[in-house]
Design a protein around this ligand. Sequence first.
Ligand SMILES: Nc1nc2c(c(=O)[nH]1)N[C@H]1C(S)=C(S)[C@@H](COP(=O)(O)O)O[C@H]1N2
Ligand SMILES: [Mo]
Length: 407
Amino acid sequence: MTTGKRGSQRPSRRAFIGLAGAAAAGSLHPAARAQTADAIRDLGETPSDYGRPSPFEDSKRWSRAPDATASSSNTPLADLEGIVTPSGLHFERHHTGVPAIDPDTHRLTIHGLVERPLVFTMDDLVRMPSASRFHFIECSGNSAREWSPAGAPNVQMSHGLASCSEWTGVLLADLLDEVGLKAEASWIVAEGADAGLMSRSVPLERALDDVMIAYGQNGEAVRPEQGYPLRLLVPGCEGSISVKWLRRIEVAHMPSMARDETSKYTDLLPDGKARQFTLVMDAKSVITRPSGEQKLDGPGFVEIRGLAWSGRGTISRVEVSTDGGDSWVDAEIEGPRYAKAFTRFRSPWRWDGGRHVLMSRATDDTGYVQPTLAALLETRGRSTIYHNNRIKAWEVHESGEVTNAEA
Ligand SMILES: Nc1nc2c(c(=O)[nH]1)N[C@H]1C(S)=C(S)[C@@H](COP(=O)(O)O)O[C@H]1N2
Ligand SMILES: [Mo]
């Protein structure tokens, strides 16, 4: 295995798999063969209207029983492969529940500092030029427990307020073109149709860049939990500005200073000042396998797998350490690398049965490198809740059990 400081070579996959093959070589167990034959004779189910996962699978958005006041649920990242989050497992964050909205009566109003205020039906929007793009959504409260070295016990709880979908919709720039912006326009304020009318402000420059009004998610309509029939999607930015159940956009000359951009979603610094409109989600990565509460079956080949993402662009590098950060190897990054989307990384490892601390560190195409918890605490102090993109560490014990590592 080639190890070393930054700039090291990737270890060869074949070398590792060869070792694993030697250990795993053997023939199909007779019981397994009988079971396979039975399954082949059973005609099983007839075609169905809408598919669901195999009854043998039980991935859930809860890793613990929810309490009655819960207002979020997490993606079980450890169960998932690739970069797309199945729509039924997209994390949820609702401030005032999930409204049931009839798309036939739903309207999007765009007004304010515009030449021609307009009201759009869903049909109007679907008729416009469309775009489909892979983007993550991450709540800025994701990894809030990770400000303490103790951290969360599993990756669903530590990083599961992040998901990635292929979103389809209309570019906001096209809609703003339709209504015509007045010269003083410099912000947009988006409002949802949920009970709390959640609203957030987006700088116009960003709104004209890659912001989307999405009605599609992973090839079908946006799910009710994700904002059916229409949501704002602000790629790369904290999830809370991607307003769900979108009903109104006001073009303004300043932000609205709504509750969720003043008392919430601001970052209190050690000098008593608070950062506001810290919208971009910085580069982050996490090992999803092996990760907390999993157990390795015994020494030998282990493919370390994980996800990396950056709100500023594409992921250019992910390094993995199996010795608590003393040495790093480059992980293999699977393409295509979409900007502001999950990126899958993999790194072959041969577990010797000893104690190891596993970490991953992402770099994005702006050159930004994911920081340690210590580095984050130094600049941000101990009062911030949001935007924790620290390097996460998992500890593999001699028993094969994996726990959060106090790193
Ligand atoms: N209307 C409305 N939009 C909303 C919210 C909400 O409660 N109401 N929650 C926000 C927050 S805090 C986040 S992190 C994302 C979560 O999106 P998801 O539930 O589709 O994962 O939606 C945002 N948009
Ligand atoms: Mo959020």
